[in-house]
Design a protein around this ligand. Structure first.
Ligand SMILES: [Zn+2]
Length: 132
């Protein structure tokens, strides 16, 4: 059991520049000790225009984090300078909001949050859907 530690989960790009900002933001704002990282290139785009084979794989990975580590929050992050998804910040924001809706539809027993990582590699909260 790992009950002495609190976990959060992130669905984040593979980009090495955005791992620490996302992990740090969740640790600070949700008081978690460790972050489980589910990495996929351009996850904001993937989850806003669902291709079900990829979406189901991401869902299964998030499920392991929740079941094994009792994660309390899952964040989806999009970021500035994404090689796999070179769209405007506004388009990223729209994708992140749609991705949060998609993840919320999975009806997980945890909070869902959408983050934008800006050109200063700072995490900005766009939307949060608290677990009811
Ligand atoms: Zn990226």
């Amino acid at each position: 059991m790992t009950s002495e530690h609190r976990f959060g989960t992130a669905i984040n790009c593979i980009d090495g520049r955005v791992q620490q900002p996302v992990a740090d933001w969740v640790k600070k704002n949700y008081k978690v000790d460790y972050m489980d990282m589910v990495n996929e290139p351009r996850p904001d785009k993937v989850l806003s225009q669902p291709q079900y084979s990829i979406v189901n794989a991401l869902k299964a990975k998030v499920g392991i984090s929740i079941n094994a580590h009792h994660s309390s929050v899952v964040v989806i992050a999009g970021h500035h300078g994404c090689a796999a998804n070179p769209v405007s910040p506004e388009e990223h924001e729209a994708q992140i909001r749609n991705a949060v809706k998609e993840i919320s539809s999975w009806k997980l027993p945890i909070t869902v949050a959408g983050l934008w990582i800006d050109s200063d590699w700072k995490a900005n909260l766009l939307v949060t859907v608290p677990h009811k």
